[in-house]
Write a protein that binds this ligand. Structure first.
Ligand code: A3P
Length: 293
């Protein structure tokens, strides 16, 4: 069976978590010992939960809503992907060294890597979450188009079987959130939902501004909201990773659909009940409610 063979090599593993290729044990050590300081911001998300959207939002909030400057520099240089390192491309750590503090950083690691930093309470952390069904569909398409993830050529059903084995890049969704959500009520941690960014972007902007201790001029907000729409972002090369050859845009664009409820076009009833069960067991008891449509 194809899926039985779809195992990532051992050097991509950190315990039960599959790292992205390029995340070496050395990088991991460097990140674990990297001191995050007062004013630094960490955006911690499970892959495909709207990370890029959140990065763009946070960058704008920290830069007086300067859309012009946002359009002049790729997002991975403004808000580097901490643990990422590909051949021929600067690592997230390298990009950071060239940036002035305070740092804005993206990470897909589980919270255990940052435990001491979370306890120290200096860095502010935004944890992004999206309902698991849409996240999995988005991740399925990402597996298909990302040549770095073992050339996955399977169907949705194949991907779902893979999900059930929990052998997924950056680890199982539910385990990932069971780690991060234990910190959600700490004063230096803020949980933001993808679905709220859809329905209530202006509230989310207020919320994030308040959390980060920043203000935006009222007049700037309509343009920011427009800049952050799926329509505008899908046409914006600075947030689309166009320069990265490893993403095959003919298979699926990076900004694919940006919808809530697309999972209904993929999930069978049985698959849906598998995820519902995990949701009820892991997410609901933590007092988090997510929108699925
Ligand atoms: P879909 O594949 O469902 O379209 P990440 O940045 O964590 O990789 O997440 C990517 C997902 O966020 C994709 O989901 C992408 O379309 C969606 N996304 C990115 N920008 C968005 C926006 N401005 N509005 C809505 N969804 C957005």
């Amino acid at each position: 069976k194809m899926m039985a063979e779809y195992r990532f090599p051992n050097e991509w593993m950190k315990g039960d978590m599959v790292l992205e290729p390029g995340v070496t044990p050395e990088t991991l050590k460097k990140i674990e010992s990297f001191e995050l300081k007062e004013g630094d911001i960490l955006i911690a998300t499970y892959p495909k939960t709207g990370t890029t959207w959140m990065q763009e939002l946070v960058w704008l909030i920290c830069n007086n809503g300067d859309i012009k400057q946002a359009r002049s520099m790729p997002i991975f240089e403004r808000v580097p992907f901490f643990e990422y390192k590909l051949d021929g491309v600067k690592s997230g750590l390298d990009v950071l060294q060239e940036r002035p503090r305070p740092y804005m950083i993206k990470t897909h690691f589980r919270s255990e890597i940052y435990q001491s930093q979370i306890e120290a309470g200096k860095v502010k952390i935004i944890v992004g979450i999206r309902n698991p069904k849409d996240t999995l569909v988005s991740l399925y398409h990402f597996y298909r188009m990302n040549n770095n993830l073992g050339n996955f050529k399977g169907t949705w059903d194949d991907f779902f079987e893979l999900y059930k084995t929990k052998h997924i890049v950056f680890g199982d969704y539910f385990k990932w959130y069971s780690y991060w959500l234990q910190y959600k009520d700490k004063p230096n941690v803020k949980l933001i939902k993808y679905e709220d960014m859809h329905h209530r972007m202006s509230d989310v902007i207020d919320d994030v501004c308040q959390f980060l201790g920043k203000t935006l001029s009222r007049d700037a907000i309509p343009d920011i909201i427009q800049h952050l729409t799926f329509n505008d972002m899908s046409k914006n090369p600075m947030v689309n990773f166009n320069a990265l050859d490893l993403l095959d845009k003919d298979i699926s664009p990076f900004m694919r659909k940006g919808k809530i409820g697309d999972w209904k076009n993929y999930f069978s009833e049985e698959q849906s009940s598998v995820v519902d069960k995990h949701y009820r067991e892991v997410i609901e008891p933590l007092g988090v409610k997510l929108e699925f449509e």
